[in-house]
Design a protein around this ligand. Structure first.
Ligand SMILES: *Cc1c(COP(=O)(O)O)cnc(C)c1O
Length: 380
């Protein structure tokens, strides 16, 4: 009787592989992060990479409704998709290419300008399409050496800007290299100091101070002095603080769940999966689960490098990860076909699962393939 009840409950929970998106958790994280910044500091939500693997349109529409100030995406195509899904507030495109500029303007997307090539090509297009004060964002390198202008470029940038009315600097930004790493505090403080100098000099030269922003999620927690006029938060909104002591205040938005399709009993000597990568050394009970590397469970998780949770117990992935399936060892777990399988959720977080396999929550979350059904729960 007891086990029948348990099975019924679990079977009604999840019927196939789903990524559950919890909007109540998103709202909680948004309010929590707002509380960490000053009341005059704006909050920009980073919704690139399908909202960190969830659903950018669902996430952005909820955040727009509850009062976020700005959005950022990486590529122009992501911004266009947001506009088509009803987003009307400003969208910053962090890493656009000149080939996208015409479309950026068509969809009122705001480019991050990171080099002279990009600045001049954007001014040309803004001018030829008769724009005035089109909002652009100047990206400066303060130590990450990824994209951005240098402090020594300020003179020339200001010259270019003072010779056009087509564009106006809406914001100045820079990105920290190691804001989650307490051992790199000295380096980070240097980045913050350099950013202050850059923004002060720029304001002097162009005659106004644009919005300044340098902090990602970890800097919201670790460097209040880097909040400036706006912060950019991605992973924090999705429920992770890059530190277990911060994770406790946040609630994971995405839960990846599946179901046991079939249970097999292997005898000693039986092999399992492609290339016979697992050979049973004793009687082994295995569960086959409909999720594979084409769903975002990388092959690196195979051969006991990764695990799922069944009946609150760890079940290690054995053999190679297939395209559409994994097999896990459930020899010591009292489970049945149809039972729920947790890949990650609020209790068994993506940060823990990722750390176990040598990666980070960002990669695990953003790898979840579009074919995995998204199921939105909570209040819109
Ligand atoms: C992705 C990204 C962010 C968000 O970082 P989190 O650590 O997820 O908060 C912020 N700024 C830039 C420039 C980014 O590329």
């Amino acid at each position: 009787m007891k086990s029948l009840k348990k099975t019924t409950k679990q079977m009604s929970n999840v019927a196939e592989t789903v990524l559950e998106i919890n909007l109540d958790h998103l709202t909680h994280n948004f309010k929590y992060l707002k509380g960490k910044i000053g009341s005059t500091v704006k909050l920009l939500a980073v919704v690139k990479a399908s909202g960190y693997g969830s659903d950018a349109s669902v996430i952005a529409n909820q955040l727009q409704k509850i009062g976020v100030d700005y959005f950022a995406v990486a590529y122009a195509s992501e911004g266009i998709a947001l506009r088509k899904s009803g987003i009307t507030i400003p969208i910053l495109v962090l890493h656009p290419q000149p080939v996208n500029f015409q479309e950026l303007i068509k969809y009122t997307l705001e480019p991050s300008i990171y080099s002279f090539r990009v600045l001049r090509l954007f001014i040309d297009i803004a001018t030829s399409t008769n724009q005035t004060n089109y909002p652009v964002h100047l990206k400066f390198n303060t130590g990450l050496h990824r994209i951005g202008f240098e402090k020594s470029d300020l003179e020339k940038i200001s010259d270019d800007l003072n010779h056009t009315k087509s564009v106006k600097v809406a914001s100045v930004l820079s990105h920290l290299a190691a804001s989650e790493d307490h051992a790199e505090r000295e380096f980070t403080v240097q980045q913050i100091d350099l950013f202050k100098k850059i923004t002060d000099t720029l304001a002097d030269k162009i005659g106004y101070m644009p919005i300044r922003h340098q902090s990602n999620t970890s800097a919201i927690f670790n460097y209040p002095e880097a909040h400036f006029d706006m912060v950019r938060t991605g992973i924090g909104l999705y429920g992770y603080g890059n530190d277990t002591s911060y994770d406790q205040f946040l609630k994971p938005v995405a839960s990846l769940k599946s179901i046991i399709s079939q249970i097999h009993e292997l005898a000693s000597g039986d092999s399992l999966g492609y290339n016979r990568a697992f050979i049973a050394s004793k009687h082994t009970k295995t569960a086959t689960i409909p999720i594979g590397h084409a769903d975002g469970i990388s092959r690196q998780y195979g051969n006991k490098n990764g695990f799922v949770t069944i009946q609150n117990k760890r079940a290690y992935i054995i053999g190679n990860v297939c395209m559409d399936m994994i097999m896990v060892d459930v020899t010591d777990i009292d489970c049945q076909e149809g039972d729920e399988v947790i890949i990650f959720d609020g209790n068994y977080s993506a940060a823990q699962v990722a750390e176990y396999t040598g990666t980070i929550s960002y990669e695990l979350l953003t790898a979840i393939a579009p074919r995995v059904k998204r199921q939105v729960i909570g209040k819109y």
